[in-house]
Design a protein around this ligand. Structure first.
Ligand code: CDP
Ligand code: CDP
Length: 227
């Protein structure tokens, strides 16, 4: 079973996917972490981002792997875990450039599909329900007001409540990244839209777990009818 969770930056995809996976006994796959790992490697080895060539970035991707862990999967670069290094500002500013490269997208999609082929998974990203797993039995599209997304991202990064001017600046960055990612960030026609602006994280997790359980019951009864 695949649960696909898509949506714009800081809408809550990764943390919600991790939590939903834990509740369902599935594994979490963070597809954005692969784009980030390739970007991190390109920043250290491919020079000025303005001059990045697609073939060179695609060649670097060969050094990135998606490795199983107890709870999910983590990206490795040259066999070593990259941890929080891929969440830095430099990676965040340049990741959309890497995500525009068709051959890198194909490479990421293959890695993510392989993970989903061997386990029940909750996968988060931008195009999981449309491109990577168009047949996923449950698709969620998470959205939230940009100011609220910026506020949450800053709390996550700074570990404190941000000032209004800090939120305003982060909102600018988020809206810009949304526009750079717009082509691939698509709500599938059969996705359930959840606006998390006024929800707690626990509420959105509960909704998705309930939807996943309902979907499993329908699939099981369809299978019984067919048998
Ligand atoms: O956590 P956040 O939403 O900020 O980003 P992420 O999920 O870590 O993804 C980082 C970047 O990877 C995004 O800004 C997109 O450019 C790209 N991405 C994508 O194009 N397709 C995906 N399925 C996942 C991420
Ligand atoms: O993966 P994505 O960039 O979409 O978002 P995230 O990193 O999972 O979530 C950004 C932050 O928003 C995290 O610190 C979440 O705990 C927090 N948050 C949320 O996702 N949903 C709420 N209703 C409240 C807070």
């Amino acid at each position: 079973m695949v649960v696909a969770i898509d949506g714009p930056a800081a809408s809550g995809k990764s943390s919600t996917a991790r939590w939903v996976a834990e509740r369902l006994g599935f594994r979490h796959v963070d597809s954005g972490a692969l784009y980030r790992a390739v970007t991190w490697l390109a920043l250290s080895e491919a020079g000025d981002p303005a001059g990045w060539r697609e073939e060179a970035v695609r060649a670097l991707a060969e050094r990135v792997a998606l490795s199983p862990t107890a709870a999910g999967f983590e990206p490795l670069v040259d066999g070593a875990a990259v941890g929080e290094a891929i969440r830095g500002t430099d990676v965040t500013r340049n990741v959309s450039r890497v995500a525009q490269l068709g051959s890198v997208r194909t490479w990421v999609n293959e890695r993510v599909r392989a993970a989903g082929g061997s386990h029940d998974v909750v996968v988060d990203g931008r195009d999981i329900g449309t491109v990577v797993f168009p047949e996923a039995p449950l698709k969620i599209f998470l959205v939230a007001d940009p100011w609220e997304r910026a506020r949450r991202r800053l709390i996550q990064r700074l570990g404190r409540h941000p000032q209004e001017d800090e939120i305003a600046e982060e909102t600018e960055h988020l809206v810009l990244r949304d526009s750079k990612d717009a082509t691939q960030t698509v709500q599938a026609r059969d996705a359930v839209l959840i606006d998390t602006t006024f929800l707690t994280q626990a509420e959105q997790v509960d909704r998705i777990v309930a939807l996943a359980r309902a979907r499993s019951r329908v699939l099981a009864s369809d299978a019984a009818d067919a048998g």
